[in-house]
Design a protein around this ligand. Structure first.
Ligand code: HEM
Length: 519
C-alpha cells in the first residue's frame, strides 16, 4: 500500500498529501461499490432493475457484466441451473442475469404453477432469431392479445380438437407402418438401426399431412421432402443457438454470429416453399368451385377460409404454418428416441409392454382405439417424459408483462421467467427415487400430465400450454405400440444416455440398436 493511502487509513502517518489521499480513498470506495453492485444477488440486471425488490430474490451474481452467460452456452443448462437453485437455497425462485437480461427461474411445483398460470406471465420474450424468422406472427411468440387469442381459437377448433386428432388416426397408423418397414430395411442393410433419422422423417411427414395435407414418400437427396428437412434443420439450429445479441445490445449491432444473416436467408427459402403450397391450395380451390369446407380441408384450407375475416396476410399464414411444422416435429421424434433407448436398457419393462399388447390387441395391427386399454404403455411414455422431458426448461420462456409478484417477491415488468421442469421431475422431495426409470409409479398414482399437476407438466401449463399436446401424445402412443408390436429392441453396443440441450433435450449420441422382428 502506498504511503498516501496509508495516510488516509492511518491519519498520523508521515507525508500526508490530502488531495492524493482523498482521490485514492474515493477510488477504493468506487471500486468496492461497483463490485458490490456487480455482485448483487442475481447480478447486474437485478442491480439495475426498477422497482428493486425489497427482499432480494436469492441467486448467483455470476461473472461481472456477463452474468450466467456460460451456463447458457453449455449443453446441460437445465442441470447447472438445478444445481445453482439448490445451492442458493432458491428452488422456489432464483434470480440471475445474462448480460442485461433479467431472469427468474422456478424449480418448485408451487411457484411454477404461479408463474405459468398467471396472466402477468402470458407473454414470451422474442429472441432475435424468432423475430427474424417471423415467429412473432406465429402462435408461439405472438404477443399476448387478440391476434394470439384468435390463432389459439382457430387451431384449437380446426387442428387440435379431439375430432381432428382422431380424424388423422389412419394416416398416423400408415406412417407408423412405413416407419417400421424402414427400420426393417435398415436392419437388412446394416445389421443395426439408427432410429433418429427414421423417427424424424416420420414425424415431419405426420405434421405435414395434418397441416398441409401433403405427405412425402421419399426423403432421399433432392426431392421436396429433402429440401423441407434441410429448412427445418437450419431453423432448429438458429432457434437453439445462444445468441449474444439477445442479451448484449452492443453486440447486436454487428451480428457477430451471423444469426441475422442466416435467418434472413432461411426466411426467403421458407417463403418460397410454404408460399408454393399455399398457392397450390388457392389454385385447387379456384378450380374446384370455391372455398373448401373448413371441417374437411387441411389447416391451410382453414386459414384460407378464414383469411379475410381474420385479416391474415400471406406472411402471417406462412409464419403460422411454418411454426406448426417446427413445434410438432422434433418433440415427438426426440421423445420416441428416448423411449426406445429406455426399452433397450430395460428389457424387462419392454417385455411387460409387449405382453400387455398381446393380451389387449393380439395379432392384429394395433390402432388408436386400443390405446386407452394399454395403461402400462402409457405409463412408459409418462415416465420418459418425467426422466427425459423434451423441453426441460419448457423450451420457450415467459415474459412479465407488468410489475408483479411471485410468492413474496416483486418481479419487475420485462423479467424473463423460466420453469426448470427437469429440476422438479428430478427432485427427491417431489418424486421417490427420481433417477430410477420406473413406469410402475404411474400405475400406482394417476398423475395428470396435461398441465394441471406441476409435478410433471412437460407440455407447460396455463394460457400458453402446448396446444398440440393431445396430437403429440396420440402419435407417440400409437407409434410406440406399433414399434413394440413388430420388433424386439436390443443393444448393438452400450446405450449412452448423455444429454445435449439444443432447442429440445436430445440424446447426445444418437441411439443405434438392433430391431429383431417378433414372431
Ligand atoms: C411430445 C410432444 C410435445 C411436447 C413435449 C411439447 C412441449 C411444449 C411446451 C413445453 C410448450 C411451452 C408451454 C408453456 O409455455 O407453458 C409448447 C408450446 C407450443 N407447442 Fe408443443 N409440445 C409437443 C408437441 C407439439 C405439437 C405436435 C405441436 C403442433 C403441431 C405443438 C405446438 C406448440 C405451439 C404452437 C406452442 C406455443 C403455444 C403458445 O405460445 O400459445 N407442440 N409445447
Amino acid at each position: 500500500m502506498s504511503s498516501s493511502t496509508t495516510s488516509v487509513f492511518f491519519p498520523n502517518a508521515s507525508d500526508p498529501s490530502p488531495v492524493l489521499s482523498l482521490s485514492l480513498f474515493l477510488c477504493v470506495v468506487v471500486f468496492v461499490s461497483v463490485f458490490a453492485f456487480l455482485l448483487a444477488p442475481g447480478g447486474l440486471s437485478w442491480a439495475l432493475s426498477k422497482p428493486r425488490p425489497k427482499t432480494a430474490i436469492p441467486g448467483p451474481s455470476g461473472l461481472p457484466f456477463l452474468g450466467l452467460v456460460f451456463v447458457f452456452t453449455s449443453e446441460l443448462t437445465h442441470r447447472t441451473l438445478a444445481k445453482l437453485s439448490s445451492s442458493f437455497n432458491a428452488k422456489p425462485l432464483m434470480a440471475f442475469s445474462v448480460g442485461l437480461t433479467r431472469f427468474i427461474i422456478s424449480s418448485h411445483p408451487d411457484t411454477a404453477k404461479e408463474i405459468l398460470n398467471s396472466s402477468d406471465f402470458a407473454d414470451r420474450p422474442v429472441k432475435e432469431s424468432a423475430y427474424e424468422l417471423l415467429f412473432h406472427r406465429a402462435m408461439g411468440f405472438a404477443p399476448y392479445g387478440d391476434y394470439w387469442r384468435n390463432l389459439r381459437r382457430i387451431s384449437a377448433t380446426y387442428l387440435f380438437s379431439p375430432k381432428r386428432v382422431a380424424g388423422f388416426g389412419s394416416f398416423r397408423r400408415d406412417i407408423g407402418l412405413k416407419m417400421a418397414d424402414q427400420v426393417s430395411g435398415s436392419m437388412d442393410q446394416n445389421g443395426v438401426v439408427e432410429v433418429k433419422k427414421i423417427l424424424h422423417f416420420a414425424s415431419l411427414n405426420n405434421v405435414m399431412m395434418s397441416v398441409f395435407g401433403k405427405s412425402y414418400d421419399e426423403f432421399g437427396n433432392g426431392g421436396d421432402g429433402y429440401v423441407l428437412e434441410k429448412l427445418v434443420s437450419e431453423g432448429y439450429v438458429l432457434l437453439g443457438i445462444f445468441n449474444w445479441s439477445d442479451h448484449f445490445p452492443v453486440v447486436s449491432w454487428f451480428d457477430v454470429q451471423g444469426v441475422r444473416r442466416r435467418c434472413r436467408d432461411l426466411v426467403s427459402k421458407v417463403n418460397v416453399f410454404v408460399g408454393d403450397i399455399i398457392n397450390e391450395h388457392r389454385e385447387k380451390r379456384a378450380g374446384g368451385g370455391g372455398a373448401a369446407a373448413v371441417h374437411d380441408g387441411d389447416f391451410v384450407d382453414v386459414l384460407l377460409d378464414l383469411e379475410s375475416e381474420n385479416k391474415f396476410s400471406d406472411a402471417d399464414m406462412i409464419a403460422v404454418l411454418w411454426e406448426m411444422i417446427f413445434r410438432g416435429t422434433d418433440t415427438v421424434a426426440i421423445l420416441l428416441e428416448w423411449i426406445l433407448a429406455r426399452m433397450v436398457l430395460h428389457p424387462d419393462i419392454q417385455t411387460r409392454a409387449q405382453s400387455e399388447l398381446e393380451s389387449v390387441v393380439g395379432n392384429r395391427p394395433v390402432s388408436d382405439s386400443d390405446l386407452d386399454n394399454l395403461p402400462y404403455l402409457q405409463a412408459i411414455v409418462k415416465e420418459t417424459l418425467r426422466v427425459h422431458p423434451p423441453g426441460p426448461l419448457l423450451s420457450w420462456a415467459r415474459l412479465a408483462i407488468q410489475d408483479t409478484h411471485v410468492g413474496p417477491h416483486v418481479v419487475p415488468a420485462g423479467t424473463t421467467a423460466m420453469v426448470n421442469m427437469w429440476a422438479i421431475t428430478h427432485d427427491e422431495r417431489v418424486w421417490a427415487e427420481p433417477n430410477r426409470f420406473n413406469p410402475d409409479r404411474f400405475l400406482n398414482e394417476d398423475v395428470a400430465i396435461m398441465g394441471s399437476d406441476l409435478r410433471l407438466a412437460p407440455f407447460g401449463a396455463g394460457r400458453r400450454v402446448c396446444p398440440g399436446k393431445a396430437m403429440g401424445l396420440a402419435t407417440v402412443h400409437l407409434w410406440l405400440a406399433q414399434l413394440l408390436q413388430r420388433f424386439e429392441w436390443v443393444e448393438a453396443g452400450p446405450v449412452d444416455l448423455s444429454e445435449c440441450l439444443k432447442l429440445s433435450l436430445e440424446m447426445k449420441k444418437p441411439l443405434v440398436c438392433r430391431a429383431v422382428p417378433r414372431a
